[in-house]
Design a protein around this ligand. Structure first.
Ligand code: FE
Ligand code: ZN
Ligand code: FE
Ligand code: FE
Length: 189
């Protein structure tokens, strides 16, 4: 199709060529199911983070960055436990389902280690990657909290609220570490 024809078609129908996707056999038919799917996704993600964070801490050179990542390992382990409590509240088996988004973010963070020299520049890269992860978690827990509330799952909502606050705090700490010295140091090497 010529560009001009394509532009004309887009004008008439912005959804032309895009189909309604056929649902898988186990597709969610209710918000409750979508909620549980989301919990499985972030359960996988948090456990992957428990494994990945030590590598990030080991590669951080600024002491305050290293210690804040180490602190977040313990926080993350507790978030895993909290998710297990939520599964229990919902009478669901605690099981993870691969989170493609976090797997991608972790891969990108890994690549950034190789693409930076150890020191303030790598520290800046670690903060950049970590903040993408925290923002992903904030978005995820924000959605799950909203779902829990509308579903009347108030005990689950309380637990999700606690984790959401921790992720927001982690994000803020990373910003403070970056602004504190890391970015300035990185700009001077
Ligand atoms: Fe987390
Ligand atoms: Zn995900
Ligand atoms: Fe996106
Ligand atoms: Fe986090």
């Amino acid at each position: 199709m010529k560009d001009s024809e394509q532009a004309k078609e887009m004008k008439t129908s912005t959804t032309a060529g895009a189909d309604i996707i056929e649902a898988a056999k186990d597709a969610a038919t209710s918000l409750k199911m979508l909620f549980i799917d989301g919990l499985k996704d972030i359960y996988w993600a948090e456990r992957a983070l428990v494994k990945a964070l030590p590598k990030m801490a080991a590669n951080a050179s600024a002491p305050n960055l290293k210690s804040s990542i180490k602190d977040h390992i313990a926080v993350t382990e507790n978030q895993v436990t909290r998710l297990e409590q939520i599964f229990k509240l919902l009478n669901e088996k605690a099981e993870g389902k691969k989170c493609e988004a976090l797997a991608g973010l972790l891969k990108e963070s890994d690549n950034m280690l190789e693409e930076t020299v150890y020191g303030p520049v790598r520290d800046a890269a670690i903060i950049a990657g970590s903040q993408k992860i925290e923002h992903y978690e904030i978005a995820t827990y924000g959605t799950l909290l909203t779902f829990a509330k509308v579903l009347g799952e108030n005990d689950a909502a309380k637990l999700l609220q606690q984790t959401l606050a921790e992720e927001a705090e982690a994000d803020k700490i990373l910003t403070d570490v970056a602004n504190g010295a890391v970015n300035m140091d990185a700009s001077q090497v």
